[in-house]
Design a protein around this ligand. Structure first.
Ligand SMILES: Nc1ncnc2c1ncn2[C@@H]1O[C@H](COP(=O)(O)OP(=O)(O)OP(=O)(O)O)[C@@H](O)[C@H]1O
Ligand SMILES: [Mg+2]
Length: 353
């Protein structure tokens, strides 16, 4: 088993900077997620771990072993890496068992050992009874289990998963997420899981790296990413935070006091009086004020979410972004004038407005 280190790694394809100055320390046995919008470099990072790409700058290590540097990379077949893709990549003409056995056969694992590892892997993913089926006789979720079994049978040091659940419907995705969490726990192997679905990353991972345009914006636990986003991009991307300009006007014993469009509110984070900063507001920390004090604006809509309605409010202030307010009970009519109170906000460390 092994952890993975990226030290200031860059990878370019012609003019495209797919990965730019990325540094990450992924611990041995960690469930680590790479989260970010399409094209931000997630798959490229995985391919650097697998050995399909050579870095242009920086180094890649598996455990203590240098596996990639400019001009050289240890070939994929010399690394103990398992990969699971969105597309499953199963051989249609082979049975489930043959698919799982294939890579073992290529690596000349003896038959007795091969049979044992295949049946163990199929047992683990709950497909013991389907060993003789062909991929087209399986559901999408079952196919993805075969892909995972194939990867586990190789006894990899690191398992790379590239959007493995993107082709599945919402229900199955949730079930499979729990299964992945279980596999990880039982195996204790390092998992690097790529997704652009933040709920998936937050639910599964010990730590998440949020990427944007080839760079790493923040690496943190799901809780920290949500509560204390380091940049405006992370604030907006994780949990759809609203970023507003704020003026720091003082502090109480525990909180910083900020002013947004003439309304004072308590915020977490660091800021000195007089500084103009960016503040992240979450829908669950906002409410429609009943006493009239708060950010003045007009209701523009409401979306029913079961327990609460997400009410959108356009503040009267010039250039202000629309706010989202989690509201229990019947929502105010669109067009009505309201005031929005905030009980919490987060001063973004690397954000100045
Ligand atoms: N082999 C290649 N040749 C040229 N450009 C490439 C190549 N591979 C990736 N890129 C470019 O590098 C950037 C990063 O691509 P990458 O596949 O790593 O993104 P991603 O985060 O995995 O996106 P997605 O969520 O859409 O899968 C993109 O702009 C992509 O077009
Ligand atoms: Mg990708």
């Amino acid at each position: 088993m092994a952890g993975v280190t990226f030290d200031n790694v860059s990878k370019r394809f012609g003019e495209t900077r797919a990965v730019e100055g990325a540094s990450l320390e992924i611990a041995d046995g960690e469930f680590f997620a790479l989260l970010g919008p399409s094209g931000c470099g997630k798959t490229t990072l995985l391919r650097l771990v697998a050995g399909f790409e050579i870095p242009d700058d920086g180094i890649v290590k598996l455990g203590d072993v240098l596996v990639g540097r400019p001009g050289w990379a240890l070939p994929p077949e010399k690394r103990r890496i398992g990969m699971v893709f969105q597309s499953y990549a199963l051989w249609p003409h082979m049975s489930v068992a043959e698919n799982v056995a294939f890579a073992l056969r290529v690596r000349r694992v003896k038959e007795e050992e091969r049979v044992r590892r295949v049946s163990e892997a199929l047992e683990m993913v709950g497909l013991a009874g389907m060993a003789e089926r062909r991929p087209h006789e399986l559901s999408g979720g079952q196919r993805q289990r075969v892909a995972l079994a194939r990867c586990l049978a190789m006894r990899p040091d690191v398992v790379l998963l590239d959007e493995p659940l993107a082709n599945l419907d919402v229900h199955l995705r949730e079930t499979m997420q729990m299964e992945f969490a279980r596999f990880h726990k039982e195996l204790g192997t390092t998992f690097i899981y790529v997704t652009h679905d933040q709920a998936e990353a937050l639910a599964l991972a010990d730590r998440v790296a949020v990427m944007d345009a080839g760079g790493v914006e923040q690496v943190a636990s799901p809780r920290t990413l949500y509560a204390e986003p380091a940049t405006e991009m992370v604030a907006r991307f994780v949990g759809r935070g609203i970023v507003v300009p704020a003026l720091v006007i003082g502090r109480t014993s525990e909180r910083v006091v900020v002013d947004i469009w003439g309304t004072r509110l308590p915020a977490r984070g660091a800021g000195a009086s007089g500084e103009r900063r960016s503040l992240c507001l979450r829908a669950e920390d906002l409410s429609i004020a009943t006493n009239g004090g708060g950010i003045r604006g007009r209701v523009t809509g409401g979306a029913y979410h079961g327990a609460a309605t997400l009410v959108t409010v356009q503040p009267d202030a010039d250039g202000a972004p629309e706010l989202k307010v989690e509201h229990a009970g019947p929502p105010p009519e669109p067009g009505s004038a309201v005031a929005v109170a905030a009980r919490d906000g987060w001063i973004i460390p690397r954000g100045y407005s």
